[in-house]
Design a protein around this ligand. Sequence first.
Ligand SMILES: CCCCCCC/C=C/C(=O)SCCNC(=O)CCNC(=O)[C@H](O)C(C)(C)COP(=O)(O)OP(=O)(O)OC[C@H]1O[C@@H](n2cnc3c(N)ncnc32)[C@H](O)[C@@H]1OP(=O)(O)O
Length: 727
Amino acid sequence: IQNLFIWNRLFLLVFCNSTESLIYFSLAVLQALEDGLKRADADPSVKAVTICGENGKFSAGADIRGFSSPNKQGLGLGPIVSLIERSEKPVVAAIEGIALGGGLEVTLGCHYRIAHVQARMGLPEVTIGLLPGAEGTQRLPRLIGVPAALDIITTGRHISASEALKLGLVDEVVEENTVEAAIRLANRLIGQPLGHRRLSLKPVPKLPNMEAFLTEALVKVKKRAQGCLAPELCFQAIKAATEQPFADGVRKERELFNILLTSGQAKALQYAFFAERAVEKWTTPSGASWKTASPQPIRKAAVIGLGTMGRGIVTSLVKAKIPVVALEQDLEYLNTGRKAVMLLLEREAMKMEQGGQTLDFNNPARLQFAVDFDVLRDVDLVIEAVFENMALKKEIFNKLSRICKPEAFLCTNTSALNIDEIASVTSRPQQVIGTHFFSPAHVMRLLEIIYGRHTSPTTIATAMQLAKVMKKVGVVVGNCFGFVGNRMMFPYVQQAVFLLEEGSRPEDVDQVLEDFGFKIGPFRMSDLAGLDVGWRSRKDQGLTGPTLAPGTSARQRHGYRYSPLPDLLCEKGRFGQKTGKGWYQYEKAGGRTAKPDPWIHSFLSEYRDTHQIKTRFIDQEEILERCLFTLINEGFDILAEGIASGPEHLDVVYINGYGWPKHRGGPMFYASTVGLPNILAKLQKYSEIHPDVPQLRPSAFLKKLVAMGNPPLNDWMSYLHRQSNKL
Ligand SMILES: CCCCCCC/C=C/C(=O)SCCNC(=O)CCNC(=O)[C@H](O)C(C)(C)COP(=O)(O)OP(=O)(O)OC[C@H]1O[C@@H](n2cnc3c(N)ncnc32)[C@H](O)[C@@H]1OP(=O)(O)O
């Protein structure tokens, strides 16, 4: 390649056992980049430079692990980007695969950018609690303007090559070999002036109403951030670009970057990034994992029940391009379900069209509706999503076991029911598995995958593969009441209700938890989900309703504290949003705006009078600690019982399914930041005050970890194994 200096073999990280490579900067890569540029500059035979990645991928940016190491890798990238920009020889970036974070910032130093049509670009630093700290917050607004730069930097979203071209982020999009196209362009550029292509020398394009635009944008950014610091600091860095010369803007960017780098939020978000990837590598206590099991292909699936969950699941399968049969019990239910599914799919198709994609769902080979179980004979996998009722589920599974082909997998969408009991009525318990979707199922990313006593590794692998194809985060967990998510949620909600008995109001409790970062507090959540759901479950468990033994104390069950408050609300027809009244009042049945309800306030004070409970002021600290620490305490029991194979699993469940603020890393990560001795001490304190609440009694595993000196989260599970070995 005569007059060109081809930058190649720079970024290489071989991952998994595939031949693909994902590239991110290490110190060695930075050094090589700097040395090479200097050599290219000094060598008169080099007339132009092309920078590309290897194996069809440009760069995934800096090594995220490097940010938490004392020797912070990637920090020297800004000066190298400047060095590229200053080069007297034209430098062209050939973007293939991905150019993310520092990878994209390198291309902003280049004088021209060519992207392959399938390339994706972005500055996702905000998602790991940082900002584009290699001068990206100063160059991008100069290239594509403030509104587009703000959007890309504060959301961290990936953009396609065609969007990048429209925005002016790249100069050309090619379908053929990108590196060759870049070399051709570089050849044409030799000897041409480059000054106008150096972004640091350009002004930020003016807006007629920049000040007003920025004021409004900040409000939006803050609202979306929900307590996360990085989006606001990204905003500040871009604002600096609009107000200050390039060099001062870079100084400001560095200052803001350092604030973020040393913040707990960046650590939490980076932990969450790796936690999500760690749960993909599932294992079970018996040693099953990807290494021991291969997923089976799912060429056709079925969904039984077209209620809220079934509709979302069908939509997810269609989006994943898996042919699906949707089944209902009769034509009336089928028609209602069909209309609802088609509406969801139309909305999804519209959203996808905006991103240049299509969704084919009007083809009967892709989506079929039926009432007859016989159509299930040839499906590879069934997801049952009927009403949460054991007898009904068992009846369906028994039927499925007789009708479906022997190799078909049978999944149940349940939030708490026993997988083994459901599997027991089939002739293939090894192919029965729980798939707990979260509502709305076509939106929520979490999929709890619950193996029973007889579930085979192949079935787990197939369910995990299905999650991946549906672009969901599958988390493999063991079988127990409520599995991981709901089991941890029970003590949290229970404490919230106990706090009402003692003196709080629903809006006080919600406010504290929303200030902590939850999307919605427990009472708003309960109103949204419907209070009748829990009521039905408590009736099934004999905790309330006609099966309750006469003479049972109103506030005790099985010798422990019980609050009948949610049951009393249901008896009054207050089911939440759907009836227009619950813990809050709404403008109408189905309304969404929660308003504190004076009726609830007087109902609570009458309740306290009836039960001779002295109303007391409960401060924010107590609300937060009692709700969160009982949830975390349950998490330690779950780990000790082997229901989940590590704390990351619990954290991924909570971040993706329960609105836990990601910038706090998940409940178990949060526990590690609060310090286990502190959590233990508080649980001990509250447990002494409320001895009739077993959920406040510290878990033996938590006590063990404190006794072992509060080890880091990564080491927790090793203490558990040591403990079991001794036993
Ligand atoms: C004065 C201050 C100056 C500061 C200068 C700062 C300069 C630059 C900062 C940055 O660049 S920050 C990093 C920005 N980049 C990202 O956030 C990208 C993160 N990665 C992804 O989004 C995805 O991994 C992907 C690149 C889109 C690929 O997705 P895919 O689904 O194909 O694979 P994964 O399973 O996600 O990843 C495979 C494997 O690779 C690991 N990995 C990916 N990216 C990084 C990274 N940037 N650093 C470290 N490790 C990375 C990922 O964890 C997986 O590892 P394993 O689980 O297989 O071990």
